[in-house]
Design a protein around this ligand. Structure first.
Ligand SMILES: [Zn+2]
Length: 105
């Protein structure tokens, strides 16, 4: 833990604080912004991996359910189409999130 200066108001604030107590600026965002692009990528790498595993798992699950709907004669095929749409939505959301991959969320 260290004391840093808020880049918005110059107030001294702990580097573990979420916001500056004086002006409310996002301290963690300021610390993140002060890192080099390589360091930022390092910080975000585990999050990126988790996102990929989560999205990949959802896509595989929805594709599996879709295939099951098309193969099983007792399940109507339109349900399979719905699962294909869900898989597509997951891919779109993942790609969209990856485009802004230096954004913290
Ligand atoms: Zn401040």
């Amino acid at each position: 833990m260290a004391i840093i200066r808020c880049s918005e108001c110059g107030n001294e604030v702990s580097d573990t604080a979420q916001n500056c107590p004086n002006c409310g600026a996002d301290i963690q965002q300021q610390i993140f912004d002060s890192l080099s692009p390589e360091e930022q990528r390092e910080v975000l790498a585990p999050r990126e991996r988790a996102r990929l595993i989560y999205a990949g798992g959802l896509v595989v699950t929805f594709l599996g359910l879709a295939i099951n709907c098309f193969v099983d004669e007792y399940v109507p095929a339109w349900k399979g189409v719905l699962f294909l749409l869900l898989a597509l939505i997951v891919v779109i959301v993942y790609v969209h999130a990856k485009k802004g991959n230096l954004e913290r969320w």
